[in-house]
Every structure is written in C-alpha cells, then in structure tokens.
Design a protein around this ligand. Sequence first.
Ligand SMILES: [Zn+2]
Length: 366
Amino acid sequence: MKYILQVFSGPWNRANWQAEEIIRTIRETASRIPVDKVIIGWYTDPSVYRETGEFLHASGIQMLLWLPVFAEIGEIAGQDEAVDLFGREVPAPAGDEGARFRFGCFSSRRNVQSVKDVFEKYFSGCGFDGVFLDRVRSQSFTSGISGVLSCGCERCRKAFTERGVDLDAVRKLYEEKGDAFFDTASFPMNGEFRLKETPARRFFEAKDEIIADAANEIIRYFKDKGMIVGLDLFAPAISRFVGQNYALLTKNADFIKPMLYRRTDAPAGIGYEYSLMKKCLPDAKGWDPLPADRELLETQLEALRNVPCGRYPGIEINYDEQLVQTDEGYIAESIAAIRGFGYEGAALCWDVMRAPRRFLRAIKDI
Ligand SMILES: [Zn+2]
C-alpha cells in the first residue's frame, strides 16, 4: 500500500513553511513508509515548489498542486458567489476562517475559468505532475439550509431547467414541507439516498450533474496538459448533500481521496457534517444515527468498490485539541481497515507538517 502526503504550504499570500522544512518532513516520513505522491498548496510563491519538486522527483515521488475550486479562490481571482433557492447569498460560516469558506456558483463560466487562470498565472512553471482539486462542491450544512439548497442564481436556474428541474417549484415545496422536504425513503451508506419527494430528489440529482460537468471540464483541462488529476470528496454517506456523486465524478479523474474523517470536528468531518444536518432538520424522517465507529469506516470503504479510478481514502494524522482529537489507536485502526480493502493506498491528511511524529511511527509499525 502506498501513501499520499498532504502539505498545507500556506494560504495564497503567506508561507507556512520554508522549502527546507517541508523537504525535511517528507524525507523523514518517506524513510518510514512508501510515499507515492505529495499534495501541496496553495501559497503562490513558485520557489517553494521548485525546490520541493526537485527533491521529490529525485526521490521518485509525484508532486501535485492542492487547488481549491469553488471556495477560497475568490481571494485571488474573480468569483461569482453562490446564492440559495430563496435568492439570498449563501452566508459564510462564523469565525475568522469563515470568510474563506464562502462558496462560488458551480455553473458560472467565470468560476471555472478562474481555476485555469490561477493555475496558469501562479503555478504552471513549478514542475507539478498533477493537480488535486479541492472544494469541488456546493456549500454544506455548515452554512445551514442555504448551503445545501444552492445555487439558485439565474445561471443555475437555467442549468436546472435544462435538466427538467424548476427551482421555483423546489423552493415552494420546501416552504410547504419544511424538514419533511428531506424525508428519505432509505439512507444507504453509499450516499444513494432517495428523498421521498420527487422534486427534492430531482434537485439533488441535477445539482450532482451540474457540479460534475464543471468538474469534468476542469479535469479535462489538466489532463490535456498530461497532468494527473485527483479529487477531494466528502465521505460517500454525506457526499450527496454537497452535490458530489461518485459515479459522475470518478469517470475521468485519476484518483480520489474520500475524506473518511471520523475525528474531525470541522467541515468535511463525517460526524460534524451529519450532526449539522440533524440540527438543521430535526423533524426530517429516515435519517438514522451515524456513529463514527469502525463499522462506519468499513461501510465507507465498501462504498468505494466500484470506483473506476485510484482510491486513496484519507484519514487525519494531524492533531488539534479543538478540531481533530486523533491518537495512535485511531490511526492504526484506520490504516488497518484501509489496508484490508486492498485499494491503491491511503492519504495522510490534512497536513503532514502538523502530524505528531509518534503517529508516523505508529503507521510504520502496523
Ligand atoms: Zn449559480
């Protein structure tokens, strides 16, 4: 089994680390476990990547740019913001980091173009072997019901209509039904939930399609350059809330990293996102509890069986008292489960630079 390391080099305009610190950490990690690829981004100074890339290539490791698609990118390029079905801007989550989590419209040509422009302007001469696309989705319940019931702008209205979905009818149904709009006939762990109300179900299906169309255009753009493309995806069980349909998104990608985060108390954490849904929709029926135990991990791994591209399930290896209370036992349990499925590898997330050294030793010992 091979490993992908994820390195957060810093936000667009600020370096978190010097190249030599990054190289030292990767070298130390790669001496313990077989490292296949390093995902690194998205600080915009090319010298970090040129230096790091030289080391990685000499070591037979691929370097992929960590590139956010529908959030964050508005800070350095044009972005059309997403609005909800009620015509309100989808609010940014509270807190200092919240503003960065404001999502753009997923049917905007301008937003797709911005991803290409940012790559060309800042990263094209840095020696990247590929890109790793993050935030290829709508906002989640992190921004309440608005996040999930988006985007409802004029462009999206047209895109939904082309798929036979009338957003006014969807909005009216939600206003009439409230939480019952989200009643589900079944909640299988692979994300293929079936909402009871047909317009509600069709809304989510069409959202999947629109997001997949944008994703596939961006994937093709990079593949035409001969680059590898990976995708960051919500865990299967919760992926459909944010418009991530595994079948549609994995056709053209080289690999995916499903975020099987059972300890993350922040966006993309399985329990975190699921409990926000329950809080937003206390009266929606058919949503069973989702304990973050080993069985949940097994069902999420099982859901990846038919994925036609590389599978590198992601687990957290950094530690934070507030956000992610990991420990050696959790990491060992997760890696052992992933290994049991025989997929291509595992991704150590979301920042190896902040991983306690003892965690890396624990992985080697498995
Ligand atoms: Zn839109």
